[in-house]
Design a protein around this ligand. Structure first.
Ligand code: DAH
Length: 344
């Protein structure tokens, strides 16, 4: 019996010595130390031995298992270190190597300008409305009729507005003001919203005009809204957008959907009012149309003009971006020339 145990010990030790990987070591461990191993079977058979022999043999089997466990653990540690070092060596990174260049896309200057305008109005308490309330393909009803634009108004002419051949009353919206009407039909005052988007006009393209461009529409309807609110909000917008208060001029104007109406000019940023080619010698640049919402418009969407009043505005995004970044040709925004776009 004793002989047998010593034999097991010898062969186990020599096998442990010979293993060359932690996987092999696992196999050896199983062979000599698992429940069904020879050594363990001997332990189980101890009870059948002569009582006088039991302590000695018992102690010997325990001693051998302990020794094997220790040896195996030492081997394990060696393998672990070795394998870790190998892994570290093979995965070593050279921090001085050039990285892979991942070109990053940029936000288009028009999108960036829209985001900036919207953020300012959000700061002034306006909410951005959902896209579905501001479709680019629109029916005349929302682009014109409900905005009090008479049937014979020149804006409705095909020379100004794009009509759909297949459906005569469908247009590409000529302004974002359709969003006002849709918003007022879908909610009750107080309404305080902005709605940015693309608009289309049948224009010949030049440095100053494109046949599509972008606007941000704004609308504030509540009890007691006055022209003073309109002035206050729009002057504050100009101050925040241009970074400092700029001289502005409220010019009397006319829109069928507002009464009274005003256009706002900002003093030319190029010549500071002296007159130059950017401002056609006037010293001023128009940035938006605005006014007090016409009582007819309120009535037609079911809002009582004796109880509520409101102001609205529509600003040209390209115009605002051109003023801020001194860009002299609107077509630059749409040509997708990387040399231009990269600058923003
Ligand atoms: N829709 C007008 C345009 O495109 C701009 C405008 C004027 C919008 C007055 C308004 C407004 O909301 O009240 O020229």
């Amino acid at each position: 019996m004793e002989q047998k145990i010593l034999q097991i010990k010898e062969s186990a030790l020599s096998e442990i010595e010979k293993v060359s990987s932690s996987k092999e070591l696992e196999e050896v461990k199983n062979k000599y130390l698992s429940r069904s191993s020879e050594l363990n079977n001997l332990k189980k058979g101890l009870k059948d031995l002569d009582v006088s022999l039991r302590p000695k043999i018992g102690a010997l089997t325990n001693e051998v298992s302990k020794l094997l466990e220790e040896k195996i653990q030492i081997k394990y540690d060696e393998f672990y270190k070795e394998e870790l070092n190998k892994k570290l060596a093979s995965e070593k990174i050279d921090v001085t190597l050039d990285g892979t260049f991942n070109p990053r896309g940029k936000v288009h200057p028009i999108t960036a300008t829209i985001n900036e305008i919207v953020e300012i109005f959000e700061h002034l308490g306006f909410s951005l409305i959902e896209n579905k309330l501001s479709p680019e393909v629109e029916v005349e009803k929302y682009n014109f009729d409900l905005l009090n634009v008479p049937k014979e108004h020149p804006a409705r002419d095909v020379q100004d507005t794009y009509y759909c051949n297949a459906a005569p009353n469908v247009v590409l919206r000529s302004h974002t003001s359709n969003a006002q009407v849709r918003q007022m039909l879908s909610s009750r005052p107080p309404v305080k919203i902005v709605s940015p988007g693309r608009v289309y006009r049948n224009e010949s393209v030049s440095a100053r005009k494109n046949n599509f461009f972008h606007q941000v529409e704004g609308l504030y309807v509540d009890k007691g809204v006055t022209f003073a609110h309109l002035k206050g909000v729009l002057n504050e917008f100009i101050r925040l957008y241009f970074g400092s208060a700029r001289p502005t001029r409220f010019r009397n104007s006319f829109f069928p959907f507002t009464e009274p109406s005003a256009e706002i000019d900002v003093q030319c940023i190029v010549c500071h009012g002296k007159g130059c080619s950017t401002c056609s010698g006037t010293g001023w640049l128009e940035i938006l149309g605005s006014g007090m919402v016409d009582p007819n418009v309120l009535r037609d969407v079911g809002i009582d003009p004796d109880v509520y009043s409101g102001f609205a505005f529509g600003m040209g995004v390209e115009r605002l971006a051109m003023l801020k970044y001194a860009i002299d040709d609107i077509r630059l925004f749409f040509n997708n020339d990387e040399r231009f776009l990269k600058q923003f």
